[in-house]
Design a binder for this molecule. Structure first.
Ligand code: ATP
Ligand code: MG
Ligand code: MG
Ligand code: MG
Length: 480
């Protein structure tokens, strides 16, 4: 079987031959022209139907969304827009298509809002927009594996159910096999996790980093790429409760190596999409341009989608310390005029996405890597710098997104790490296995986390993270 993509890309091989094609009807014009799509490409295959050669019953069943198998001859196309078309000789209707019900769904051929499409996430794969988005998402995932494989990283899998809750229990989803109507309790009335499946309290992973570090301490260069869960109660366009995170971890790397790796990695993946997703990107680029037109002049993007991607891969990212960034923000007109929802008051505050986007979009007009953050606002495992106040953390900030990557050089010294854990109330006993990595041949090492969906948002020009994952999980939303 050949996909429509293969047929269109290599049509000379099949020209003047009879072939069989499969797909769904996008449109049926003038009882004569079917635009057939099978998902392999954004391009439709035109089928020409001489209705006098077919049963009326068959013709009556050809309409938007119908599923067809067609045998016909490949001929040069008379019309503009496609090189070849198929002269139908045999048409088989593959399955039911209840048109009355169809017209109550997003499959009804008219323009639907993204919100409506989201409510029918199971059907939106049939649209041009979501076809393009999910093919690009695939290309991004493939390029990620390809980058790491070329650079001698090993893909490892860290557990989805974890026994540690080191990153902050507040945003974790618990895992249990208790009968929730009858939870065992101890004498004090507390839930008795000793009786639970694993004999202790367990959670869905919020990051594979700590386990990933232990793997890097034997395999050298590793990366994880798996589902990640955070009970984010913030309802933003950049947070999901379930997302896919990529976490490389490299033995013997310091913070600068880590920033270099992050920059090379992002550029490789974006270049891969530019080189391999041309038709989908052209479609998304046009859509992006249309969308800009409907915005007030001030809010319009300065560059087109493809132009934006080309600019990101061609220039070096700006590297700026947290301290410099705070100076810039404190002195900005925006801050002085109270334009930020969260005003920047002093060194030490955590940056909000509005501040990150100001630095990227207004001040530097470039992707920015911020480094050396105050230790209080970053996790316990980050390397303490000589100033005793900052840690070797780095965040990569992208236009339209804010934080796309967060990473650090890890604290490799056992005594310093233990002190930081004590200061930040992280239980040493629970992480005994993690501390072991600092006892037997500890080495400098560094890594970062990238949220797949944030990168897909960036390369597709979409604006809501719910529209770049097939079935989004957000507060009060797990319909599918
Ligand atoms: P943010 O500040 O945006 O909440 P974070 O600092 O909490 O992100 P990290 O713990 O550093 O995130 O995770 C690494 C990366 O994972 C982030 O840079 C981002 O790309 C992605 N990420 C984090 N939380 C989410 C989420 N809820 N949904 C989608 N992606 C996420
Ligand atoms: Mg967060
Ligand atoms: Mg952050
Ligand atoms: Mg972060």
């Amino acid at each position: 079987k050949q996909t429509i993509k293969e047929i269109l890309e290599d049509y000379k091989k099949v020209l003047h031959h009879d072939i069989t094609v499969y797909g769904w009807v996008r449109t049926f014009r003038a009882n004569r022209f079917i635009a057939l799509n099978d998902g392999s490409t954004i391009n439709n295959l035109q089928i020409v139907v001489d209705f006098e050669n077919f049963d009326e019953e068959i013709i009556s069943k050809i309409s938007t969304a119908a599923s067809l198998k067609i045998v016909g001859e490949v001929v040069e196309s008379q019309g503009a827009g496609q090189a070849v078309e198929i002269l139908a000789k045999k048409i088989i209707i593959l399955g039911d298509n209840f048109t009355e019900e169809r017209d109550k769904t997003i499959l009804q051929p008219k323009k639907h809002s993204l919100e409506t499409l989201r409510e029918q996430a199971h059907l939106r794969f049939r649209t041009n927009l979501f076809g393009a988005v999910f093919r690009v998402r695939h290309a991004v995932s493939f390029a990620i594996h390809s980058f790491f494989n070329q650079n001698q990283f090993f893909y490892i899998n860290t557990p989805v159910i974890t026994g540690a809750d080191a990153e902050g229990a507040g945003e974790m989803f618990g895992v249990t096999n208790f009968d929730l109507d009858n939870i065992p309790r101890d004498e004090k009335g507390k839930i008795d996790f000793a009786q639970d499946f694993f004999g202790k309290k367990t959670n869905l992973t919020v990051s594979g980093q700590l386990e990933g570090e232990t793997a890097a301490m034997g395999l050298g260069r590793i990366y994880t790429f798996g589902p990640t869960f955070r009970a984010e109660n913030s309802n933003t366009t950049r947070h999901l409760a379930e997302f896919w995170m990529i976490e490389p971890e490299v033995a013997f790397n310091n913070l600068d190596d880590n920033i270099d790796l992050a920059e090379d990695f992002l550029k490789y993946v974006i270049q891969y999409v530019l080189d391999n997703c041309k038709d989908d990107l052209d479609f998304l680029d046009k859509r992006f341009e249309e969308e800009q037109k409907s915005k007030p002049e001030k809010e319009r993007a300065k560059e087109g989608l493809i132009e934006k991607l080309e600019n990101v891969v061609s220039k070096r990212f700006k590297r700026v310390s947290y301290t410099e960034a705070i100076e810039i923000l404190l002195n900005s007109k925006e801050n002085k005029k109270g334009k930020f929802a969260y005003p920047v008051e002093n060194w030490g505050t955590d940056l909000q996405s509005e501040h990150e986007r100001y630095l990227v979009e207004k001040h530097f007009e470039s992707p920015v890597v911020l480094f050396d953050y105050p230790k209080e606002i970053k996790a316990f495992y980050m390397k303490l710098n000589e100033d005793g106040k900052t840690v070797a953390a780095m965040d990569v900030l992208f236009p339209g997104i804010g934080e796309i990557i967060g990473g650090s050089e890890r604290e490799a010294r056992l005594d310093v790490l233990k002190q930081k854990m004590a200061d930040m109330h992280v239980d040493e006993h629970e992480l005994w296995w993690y501390l072991d990595t600092r006892k037997f041949g500890s080495v400098p090492h560094a890594g970062f986390g990238l949220g797949l969906e944030r990168l897909v948002l960036f390369v597709t020009g979409m604006t809501n993270i719910r529209d770049v994952i097939p079935f989004p999980r957000t507060p009060k939303n797990a319909e599918f």
